[in-house]
Write a protein that binds this ligand. Sequence first.
Ligand code: NAD
Length: 273
Amino acid sequence: MARLTNKVAIITGGASGIGAGTVRRFVEAGAQVVIADIQDELGQALAAELGAAVIYQRTDVSSEADVSAMVDLAVSHFGRLDILFNNAGFGGVSGEIQDTEIAEAYANTVGVMFTGVVLGMKHAARVMKPQGSGSIISTASVAGLQGGLGPHVYSGIKAGVIGLTRSVALELAAFNVRANAICPGGIATPIFAPMLEAVIGDNQSVVEIMRVRMAQAQPIKRSGEAEDIANMALFLASDESTFVTGQHHVVDGGMTSTRMRLAAALEIEVTQP
Ligand code: NAD
């Protein structure tokens, strides 16, 4: 039996990068998957490529109505919900702290990457608790563990996701529902597009540029790949990890074990958009 046979997963941010890599990995492992994203064209194309095991649903994770509908769709279309991967994100509001505008950009940053995770946990719990099983995985970051690895608000949110995971895991443990976070290091994905100075082309070219730039960002001399995170998510989603909950799992090629810094390796100013 494949590692996720008979399991149903939702992957937010599943149209691109780490999420898309995880959609592919989960389907290979036998899961049925709902891709929840706001990039309709990419999400629909990936679902069409992977066939009947995958459906796409437009979902803004900062909207409770959308997140509730996303969970309901998994249950109505595939019959159950075993795995929620709260993964949607972006760089968010950036710049020096004294210039932080507490308006739309800030609200959207917190709304997607923190409120979105709370909403995912809330609506997954209403299905998983009565079911008596489930695995909720949320993407945090090495930026939630150390300074200098991301914009200020992003770093605070990612630390918050780790704390939220720990707290919610305690409540859900009695129901055999687990909650874990993953802290990726530097992973070559389109998330870095806004940080590159010039307009450099499509998402693939961003990935290729970041792959080269991040090869020196950690002791293991290659960039992280979406598959590296997908493999950790697969372990946390599978029954191989049924005694693992409330933890953050670092997948960073050793970055946080050293004084090396992603920003230095990238030669970019991480606080600038
Ligand atoms: P990505 O840009 O390739 O994918 C992120 C996806 O999230 C996109 O498809 C985007 O459309 C989606 N998204 C954004 N806002 C959304 C919303 N409101 N509702 C639903 N979907 C939304 O980037 P990625 O690198 O794959 O990022 C995935 C996660 O990994 C993010 O949470 C990010 O913070 C985290 N992360 C990435 C890295 C890295 O080096 N790439 C490192 C640490 C953490």
